[in-house]
Design a protein around this ligand. Sequence first.
Ligand code: 3PG
Length: 213
Amino acid sequence: MLPNMIDRILAKQIVPVVVLDDAEKAEPLAEALLAADLDIIEITFRTDAAEESIRRIAKRFPELLLGAGTLLDNDQVKRARDAGAVFGLAPGLNPKTIATAREVGLAFSPGVMTPSEVEQALSLDCKLLKFFPAEAAGGVKMLKSLAGPYAHTGVKFTPTGGITAGNLQDYLKLPVVAAIGGSWMVNPALIKDNNWSEITRLTREALDLAAQP
Ligand code: 3PG
C-alpha cells in the first residue's frame, strides 16, 4: 500500500465491502457513499458485474479510493487494475497474486488470520493486512494477541467479517487496527431495492461511530 492510500484509509476507518450483481447499480451506489462523505469502496470480484462496476466508478468518480476485493488469481489482479482499481485485497495471502499486483502497480492488502500468515505477509513487505474472518477468527481478543509480537513491525490490520455498527468501535480502539471492513451498510438487499438513502444513512452512522473517541 502506498502511504497516501493508507492515510486515506486511516482517515475514514471504514471500508464498505460491496457485492454487485448489476453494473448499473455501481454509480448510484458510489453516489450514496459519497453523500455520506465516505470516499472509499471495495468492489468484490465475486460477480460478473465486478469488472464493469469498477470501470464505471473509476471513470465517473476519480475522487473515490477504489479497491477491488476477493482477487484470487493473477488474471483478476490485472483485470481489476485495468478497469481502474487503485488497490486490491484478498481474503487470504497468495504470494503469486501479491507479486503480480506489484508488477502491474496495484497496491495490495492480503488477508491473514494466523501468526504464520502475518510473518509471511511481512516477509513479502505487506504491512496493511486484512484480518479475515474477523469475528469467527477470535475478533478483538485475537487481534489484541496478534498485536503483542507484531505491533512493533508497523503492521496494521483491517478486520473484516462479522463487523457491524454494534462492534466496530471495539476494533477501532486497538492501535493495530487501521480500519474495519464490512458489508452491512451496503448489503445486497439494500442495493437490490435501490435503497440509496438507507445506504447513505448507515454509512454516515458508521463514520460517526468511527470518529467518536
Ligand atoms: C466479505 O468477504 O464478504 C467481507 O468480509 C464482509 O463480511 P461481512 O459481510 O461479515 O461484513
